[in-house]
Each structure stands twice: as C-alpha cells, then as structure tokens.
Design a protein around this ligand. Structure first.
Ligand code: ATP
Length: 361
C-alpha cells in the first residue's frame, strides 16, 4: 500500500496544539499510510536560532509529499521595519514552492449556527481561491520607507500568475455542484477593476480564461461590495477568485459567517507542492491552555488527504478524507463536544478525542 511522507511544522502560539491534534486524527483515519516527520520553524525558532525557516526544514518540505502546519507568528517578534517575523515561514514556503492557489472553503456545517440569521447548513457552501504568490503581498520585504515620511508597497500582477489561478478556479468549479441558490457553476472574480489598472488586468485575464469554460458562469464583484453580498446572499457563491490581499481579508469574513476562524481550513497548493494549515493565525492569547479549536487544522488535514488522493489517484485516501470531514461534522452536529469559539466548552484535546472516537464508530 502506498505511503506518504508528511512534514509537520508545529510553529507558534496555538500551532503545536492544533497541529498535534490533526496528526492524531489523521493517524486514526489513515493508520501507517502517512509517515509524519516533525520540522522546526516559526517566530520562536527564529528567536532561538535566527532562522524562521531553517534550510533543513525547507529541504524536508520540498522533498515531502505534503506539509502540515499549525500556525506561525508572535506579535512581539518583529523585524526592525515592524513587520512580523513568523509570517515568513509560510510566505517563504509559498514563494519558494510556488503555492499559487490558496483554497479556503467556506461551508456552514451541521451543528454550527451562523451569525447570519436564518441560514442553514447546505446554504453556505463556497470556496475562496486566493492568489497566493503575487498581488500586494508580493512586495513583502521589498517595500520602501523613505526617511520615515513616505512608504510604498507595490502590487504585482503577471499574466502567468493570474491565468493559472483563474484556470485553477474554473477547474475547481467544474468539480463542484454549483452555488446553493441555483445549482449553477460560477466563478466570481473579485477585484477593484474600476479603480486600478492592475485589477482591471486581473479581471481581463480572468475573462479570457473564462472563455475556455463555457459550462461555468463568470461573475464579477468589487472587493468592497462583495463584503455586503457575502453577508446578505452567501448562497449565490460557488467559487470566488481574488488577488492575494483581498483573498486574505475575504476569507476571514467568510470564516466569520460559518462560525469563525477556528473552523476555517486552508490549502495552499501549486503544481508540485501543498501546504495545509487552518486559516487562522497563532492566536497567542489562548496558546498553551488547551483552549484552541483544532477543527480548522483537522479539516485542513482532510483537504490534504483529498489533494494527495487526486494527485496520486488514491481512492482509499479520498475515502479517508471524506471520513474525517464526516466525523468532524457528526461531532459538531451531535452537540456534546463543541469548541469554545463555537459556544461550547470543549478543550482542544477533548475535540481531538471526540473526532477520533467518531472515526472509530
Ligand atoms: P494572522 O494575521 O497570522 O492570520 P490574526 O491576527 O488574524 O493572525 P489569529 O491568531 O488568527 O489572528 O486569531 C485572532 C483571534 O481569533 C485569536 O486571538 C483567537 O482569540 C481567535 N482564534 C483564532 N484561531 C482560533 C482557534 N483555532 N480556536 C479558537 N480561537 C481562535
């Protein structure tokens, strides 16, 4: 039976708790088929050694079948320019492994009450595809602060970069069942094409790509207006594709509509590599107290199984991914073990045990 090498990086804050939780669940679901190897990295590691992403960690990530990460970053650990060191762990992995599509499913699960009144499970089910290597964040470390008077960061769009994330989004829409409201397969291009040339370019290139997918509807939304639509008619969305920073912001908003950051998974994938971590950060306020919800990281682990299964045409792994998804939802739906951020009082370890028990049931 085929096995897969998974590099795990605990990271900072709640990173170790949620990463270890996901490993426990994945072991339960997949047995010996996943071989986990722990690697170092993050803000605390930088404090100790000066390296946020050590060379041997990068090499292990490059050579593994997939990477599972907790979270990285500590507010007090910053560069002289004020930016946080910890973010460089995943930013460097994104750039160096060319993880150009950041896939963030927004799905209202059974047992979770949306803060939006009246929405039921099944009615909010879309995916935000955040372009992950260009846009405004491409300038990381390269912006200018001129004598403390003027600061700039440059937004970068390339035809290659936009084309591939657009194609990724249309392909994804083809594999989905369409928007809950009307069952129509749809890619919504989110931009500010009315204001900046770079976003007009983003839209134009997405439109070109759309021409090759007549079976998928293309839709456009400005980044400001879509924040209202995501609250008032979330069932209209199927796949949303957005520039890096817009995608970052929108995915936190989307997560908020289906329960919060503790439930939102994330997959960062390119043509050769994949990195999986919850959409949340390191939440230092609740770190080390067994208070964090591991759900986002467990569901990110399930995304990893689905991604590996697709790449390696592995039906057993796909089934394991579906089992993990179902187990998490069954635990939440039963309502006995509910994480604190969803209104319950279950600890990180209690959630982990409950999901494992459900997997074994
Ligand atoms: P980043 O910019 O690195 O994504 P952030 O500033 O958005 O991080 P987070 O660390 O993601 O901040 O989290 C914001 C708050 O949400 C946390 O302080 C915490 O209270 C809550 N939170 C985040 N993740 C979880 C989780 N897994 N379980 C419970 N609460 C969480």
């Amino acid at each position: 039976m085929r096995t897969y090498d998974i590099v795990t990086i605990d990271g900072d804050g709640i990173g170790p708790e949620v990463c270890q939780s996901a490993i426990t669940v994945l072991r339960e679901a997949c047995g010996e088929r996943l071989r986990f190897t722990a690697a170092e990295g993050g803000a605390a590691h930088h404090l100790k050694t000066g390296a946020v992403l050590p060379d041997d960690t990068f090499a292990a990530c490059r050579d593994a079948h997939a990477i599972l990460h907790g979270a990285a970053g500590l507010p007090g650990v910053t560069y002289p320019d004020g930016t946080e060191v910890g973010n460089d762990l995943h930013l460097r992995l994104r750039f160096r492994l060319d993880l150009y599509a950041n896939v963030r499913p927004i799905r209202l699960l059974r047992g979770v009450t949306s803060p939006l009144a009246g929405w039921q499970p099944g009615q909010i089910d879309y995916v935000i595809v955040r372009e992950n290597t260009e846009g405004l964040y491409a300038s990381r470390g390269a912006g200018i602060n001129l004598r403390g008077e003027v600061a700039t960061d440059t937004l970068v769009m390339t035809r290659k970069g936009v084309e591939r994330v657009a194609r990724f989004s249309f392909e994804l829409a083809r594999r989905r069942q369409g928007a809950p409201r009307d069952g129509r397969r749809r890619v919504t291009v989110c931009d500010k094409a009315n204001i900046l040339r770079s976003y007009a370019f983003f839209r134009a290139v997405c439109d070109e790509v759309a021409a090759g997918y007549p079976d998928v509807e293309i839709d456009h939304a400005y980044a400001d207006a879509i924040t209202v639509h995501m609250l008032k008619k979330p069932d209209c969305y199927d796949v949303i594709v957005a520039e890096n920073m817009f995608g970052d912001i929108l995915s936190d908003l989307g997560a908020g509509t289906v329960g919060g950051l503790g439930i939102a998974p994330s997959a960062e994938v390119g043509d050769a590599h994949g990195l999986f971590q919850g959409a949340h950060g390191s939440a230092p306020d609740i770190a080390g107290q067994n208070l964090a919800s591991p759900v986002a990281t467990i569901l990110s682990g399930a995304l990893m199984l689905h991604w590996l299964a697709d790449r390696h045409d592995d039906a057993d792994l796909r089934a394991a991914g579906e089992r993990v998804d179902r187990a998490v939802e069954a635990v939440l739906a039963a309502g006995h073990t509910v994480p604190r951020d969803l209104g319950g009082n279950a600890s990180c370890s209690a959630m982990t045990e409950a999901v494992c028990r459900q997997l074994g049931a």
